[in-house]
Design a protein around this ligand. Sequence first.
Ligand code: 5AD
Ligand code: SF4
Length: 452
Amino acid sequence: MRYTDLKLIVEEGKSIFIETLGCQMNIVDSEVVVSIMKEHGYGYTSDIKSADIILLNTCSIRDNAEHKIWHKIKEYQHFRKKNKKLKIGVIGCMAERLKSRLLEEGGNVDIVVGPDGYRSLPALMGSVLGGKKEVNVELSVEETYAEITPVRLDANGVAAFVAIMRGCNNLCSYCVVPFTRGVERSRNPYTIISEVEELIKDGYKEVTLLGQNVNSFKWNDERGDVTFPKLLAMVAELSPSFRVRFSTSHPKDLSDELITVIASHHNICKSIHLPVQSGSSRVLKLMNRKYDIEWYMERMYAIKAAMPECAITTDIIAGFCGESEEDHQQTLAVMREVGYSAAFMYKYSDRPGTRAHRSMEDDVDDDIKTRRVNEVIELQNHLSLEHNKLDIGHVFEVLIENSSKRNSSESFGRTSHNKAVVFPSEGHKNGEFVNVKILECSSATLKGVLVD
Ligand code: 5AD
Ligand code: SF4
């Protein structure tokens, strides 16, 4: 018998450590996996050394994610030396593509399960514990794990993620997600509401609703249609002191109705992640983004008109197939015009299975990609700093998430605009809302003091 982190006693051989690579959606998936396994007598441990089973939840979005997988699996083999019975599994987005290499070519992995196969994990794991190797990489058109309440592994007890849909139908030409996570499916909204109600009861103060393109959420049953703006309003109206965020919004589908819902609920955070990917309409067309830069800017101004204080963040890919110097300059110009408060910035990496891989040439030299992404990052650092400087002297409501990593007498929290704030804590606890006056900033963090 073993004691595990969830205060469960489980049989020898049934304690799982799970490591998650990639996005927030994968974090929720790991929590769903732990929930399913827990129902079948397995436990969870946060200590890899004491685990009987190590699962690696993988990401496929860029090629460095793939390198990481092989590195991690090699690392896990060391634990086999101490525990001959250790089982190693690979789950998530890379399962399908790597399955034969993982299971056969000395990959030394016992089980491979894709993102829609988690309900089969307990049965497959039973067989693995009996000495077999198992694989299930089938994708589904309906699996949403709707009624499964994830076991929260982050355990700060303040902010949680809730998946509202799975998969993606957009087929952006660079993106592997539609192939690794399958077609778009919306989750039953009433199970989403119940999950958020549970979070509120458990003392959580913030939720982020997750989907690859939340704007295309749709549900219809005898109670009527539920669109994303409606779902967002339903969640926000559960409790006035509970914050709501969402990610990601595809610009092609960002509606005026959604903007109105965000503007009219004080507890829906005033921060919108609106990935532009490129500032050039020519490149956007090659990317199959289904909007041009004029459309994007019009949506951005519609947000600013309704909520002048709303922060906008983005994703940018530098060096996509066919990107010229002029296209790159257009991206920098759009960044300046929008004045993003933050951005995720990537060098384009060719992904097998995508439309770009099949029919476009990855023709921007790597050193040019590197130079362009560095220019994008440098500009964003400047824009983030300028954005943050505007906050100096102002007071913001901050939700305390933790103590500061650098100094335990300081607290760390976030504003509605999703900006990180550090301040002397004066005995306040995680999960409290406090008012902080900003005194100084860097490009990444605001620093301030508590005020009444
Ligand atoms: N290369 C680089 N970045 C990519 N992204 C998705 N696919 C690729 C790729 N092949 C980025 C996009 C997306 C974010 C989640 O990852 O910017 O919005
Ligand atoms: Fe990929 Fe585009 Fe879907 Fe986002 S919207 S997951 S970038 S295909």
